[in-house]
Design a protein around this ligand. Sequence first.
Ligand SMILES: [Zn+2]
Length: 617
Amino acid sequence: MKKFAALLITITAMLSFTTQQKTTKPKLVVLIAIDGLRGDLLNKYRPAFTGGFKRLFDEGYQFTNAWVDHAVTVSHAGHETLATGNYPKDHGIVDAAFYEQSGDSLRFTDAFADSDYTLTGYPDIKSISCKKVLTPGLAEWIKQKDASAKVLCVGTGNISSALYCSHPNENVFWYSDDKGKYVSSTYFVKEYPAWVTKFNDEVLPQYFAKYQRWDNVIPPGFLHLANEDSAAFESYGEHHTFPYVASERVKKNNLMRQWIRNTPYCDDATLSFAKQGIASLAMGQTGTTDYLSIVLSQVDNTAHGFGPSSLEVFNTLFEMDRSLGDFFSYLDEKVGKGNYVVALSADHGFPEIPEQTAAKGGGGKRLGEDQIENILNTITAIEKDYARESRDVIADKIKTKLKTYDFIADVYTPAQLNDTKASGDPYLELTKKSYRKDRVPRLPFFSLKSFESPIGKAGVMVRLKQNTMIDLDAVIHGSPYDYDRFVPLFFLGGGVAKGSSGAAIKTVDVAPTLAKLAEVKIINKVDGKGVVLKGTDAYLPNLSNSKKLTVINMISIIQSSRLFLLISSLVIMPITTVMHKSGMPATTPNMLQPPCAESLTRPSISITATIKQGENM
Ligand SMILES: [Zn+2]
C-alpha cells in the first residue's frame, strides 16, 4: 500500500512537472556556486539582505535541508558534483590532488594540472585540462542537445570555472591573482575573445583603483548576528579587524590584483565579467538553451582566514547580496524574467575555528606540523617494515597504528572501501563515495611540508574526530561532518514557483534538476535525481544516506549536551525548522581541507606569501 501511495505521488509529481514545463522552458540555465557557504549562514543573515539573497528567499524555491553527500568535502570534489550530478567516486575528482593507480602502486597526482596545455596567452606557463574528469555534466548535456548552445563558465578562484565544463574549446575563464586578469587554459581557448581582453584591460583596472579599502558596512542593528570583529584566532591573530586598507607597499608594487582577492569585490568583478559574457555571446537571446556557471570564491577565502561566523564573512555576503541583486536585474533586462532559471548552492560548508569551538566546550583541536610529521614518519616506517607483505596486510598495520591516536575517529582500509555491501556505518558509506580503487584522496591528514601522505599512498583513508583539523589555515573544511556537508540550495526563475521544502536533498540532485527544468536529456548514468519543485513537499527520489545519518546525528545530539549547545549556538535556524519533516537536523560546524583551487600548494599561501590577509600597513 505504501509502495502504491509512493508511486501515485511520483506519477502525480511527474505529471505536474510536465505540465509546469510546457510553458516555462528556460533559455538560459545559470548555476551559481558560492564556495564554502555553510547551509545556515544565509538564514542567519537574512534580515540584513535587500538584494539578490532577499530575492531568492522572496521569489525562489528554497531547500532548507540540502547536503553534500560524500565524505571528502574539498572544493574540487564538491564543484564537480554540482556540475555533473555524480559522486566523486563516479566523476573521478575525489580530491584536489590524489593517489592514482599507476602500475602496481598509487602515485600522487594533481587532479587538473596538464603540461600539454598552457595558460592562454602565456606559452611558458603550464596549465590544466579536464582529462581526469570521468563523466559529462550539465554543460555537456546542453551541448549534446544542441551543439550551437552557448556555454560560459566563470569563477573567482583559480581554475574554479573549469570544474563546470569538462569538454574543450568552450568559454571557460577564471580570475588569476597572479596575472590580475580573467584567464583560461589552451585546453579551452587558444586565444582570448575580444570581450575578455576588453574586460581585462578596461574594467579590472577600475576595480583595482576603486577598491583599495574594505570597510565594515553592516548596519549597526545587524552586527550582533556575526562574531565580534576581533574574535579569537581570526587570521592567527594578525590583521583581523576592519577596516582593511591596501598598504603603500601593495599599491607601489602593483599588487592590487592580489590584495583584492582578500575582499568581496573580486566576486563583484566576476559577476560583472559574467554580464559582459552574456551580452557579448547573446546568451539566452538566440533560441538555444544556453549554460552559464559562476563560482564566487570569496566566502571560502574569507572563512579560511576568519571563520564562517566572522564579521568578515558577514560583510562578504552582504556585498554579495547587492552584487547578486544587480546581476538578477541584469538577467531580467537582458534575458527576460521567466526566461532563465538559476540554481544557487555551495560545494561544501565550514567548521568554526577550532580554538573558538574549544572555548565553547566543543572540543576543537588543531594538529601542528611537527605532530603530523612524526605520525607520518611512523606510518612510512611501517610501510618499510612490512614491504614484503601484501597491500592489505600493510593497510591493516597502518590502521592499527593510526587508531592509537586519540584525535582519529576511524580508519578505513581498501578492503572496507572496496566492499560494495552496505556497511551500516554512515561515515564509511560517505567515505566510499569519495574513493575509487584507482584514486585515493590525500585528505584529511597529510604533511604540511610535502603536502603528501603515506596514508593515502597506501590506499587507506582516515576520519578525524569532529572539530579536529591540520594546521593548514585558521580553519579548514574537508570532513564528513554536518558542518562541512550542510549547504544552501535555491532555485529561482522560469518554471520555478516560490516555495520551500525541508525534505533532504543532495548536491548530486542539482544538475539533474536543472536538466529537467531546461528539458535537457541526461546522456549518461548519474547518481542524482531531478527533483520537482512544488509546494512544501518537493518530490525526492532517494534519501538513503542522509536519512541514516540523521538518525545517528539525532542520537548523538541527545547523548551529548555539549554538542547540543554547540549546535544551538552555531545553527541559527529555529529548532523547529531544524527538525523539519524529514527529521534532518540542520548542522553544526567543524572541519578540514586545503586547496580550494590551487592543488598542490597551500590555498591562501600563494596569496599570503606576498600579502597578509587584510594587510593594513
Ligand atoms: Zn570550496
